[in-house]
Write a protein that binds this ligand. Structure first.
Ligand code: SAH
Length: 259
């Protein structure tokens, strides 16, 4: 059996209880070495075979999984954050399915959640943004047409940009070209939840300069949107004048339904 496990964003105690238990039981752990905190490997059994996939190809990873499976052993494939976000798990799952090897997935705390925590923000503010766009700049991995950064500007939604810390000058150009105002609030969060976490507030117009000044070019998320500013409406859910399934309004009733 293969378990794809989300390691969480960095801090070793942000893995799930289920993920930790699976690490403790695993006969083999293949971890994404560039971003998974090696501290998590302390949960491994003494005789656990440990591979860092940073230097391995997909074929090599599959070969290890196949061998373990043949020997009746359990493998944990440990991916950073949540495996469903830029985790490259689909190609592994499809190959495992072709070989008739069973697998499951344990979700993890994605770095985009840890980044919000780092800047003490809420991505979905009433009256400001009710949508979060997770995206990236095009690098060696192409981004499909109509999903470019500039295409999202019109929505004014919260934007979380992965894998683009080395491209902040181009990112800034794309955001401005898409129609973002230069004074739109932005933030750069480096290694969210790690001991060396850094978070900087800036604007779309000062994004590249801020990244350069702070020397940040990898392992960072860029957050963009008015959710980082101060204006918003208070939530309906906790509004005294709003009834919902679990609470009667104490003041004037609002006909809208609770979510
Ligand atoms: N599956 C992961 C993302 C993997 S892609 C997740 O859910 O978080 C790798 C990119 O994620 C990095 O280039 C960086 O943009 C971002 N990233 C991962 N961990 C991070 C962290 N702790 N702080 C900030 N960005 C992080």
């Amino acid at each position: 059996m293969i378990h794809f496990v989300g390691a969480g964003p960095g801090a070793a105690d942000l893995i799930t209880l289920r993920g930790k238990t699976l690490l403790e039981q695993a006969d083999c752990i293949i971890y994404a070495g560039s971003l998974v905190n090696p501290e998590l490997l302390k949960y491994a059994k003494q005789d656990c075979a440990i591979y860092n996939s940073a230097s391995m190809t997909l074929e090599e990873v599959l070969q290890v999984m196949e061998q373990m499976e043949e020997d009746g052993r359990t493998t944990v494939r440990l991916h950073t954050g949540d495996p469903s976000i830029y985790g490259a798990i689909r190609e592994q799952m499809d190959q495992l399915a072709d070989r008739g090897i069973a697998f499951d997935i344990v979700p993890g705390v994605s770095s985009f959640c840890a980044a919000a925590a780092a800047v003490q923000a809420e991505y979905t503010l009433p009256g400001v943004s009710q949508s979060v766009i997770i995206t990236r700049m095009e690098g060696r991995t192409p981004v499909p047409q109509r999903q470019r950064i500039a295409d999202y500007a019109a929505h004014g939604a919260t934007m979380v940009i992965f894998l683009s810390a080395s491209l902040t000058a181009q990112l800034q150009d794309e955001l401005l070209a898409g129609g973002y105002q230069a004074d739109t609030p932005a933030a750069i969060v480096y290694k969210a939840s790690w001991p060396e976490e850094q978070a900087y507030h800036c604007t779309v117009g000062t994004l590249a300069q801020t990244a350069a000044e702070k020397g940040i070019s990898k392992t960072a998320l860029i957050l963009v949107g008015q959710f980082l500013a101060h204006a918003y409406e208070r939530s309906r859910l906790y509004d005294p004048s709003f009834s919902h399934a679990y609470r009667q309004a104490v003041q004037k009733e609002d006909p809208a339904e609770a979510e």
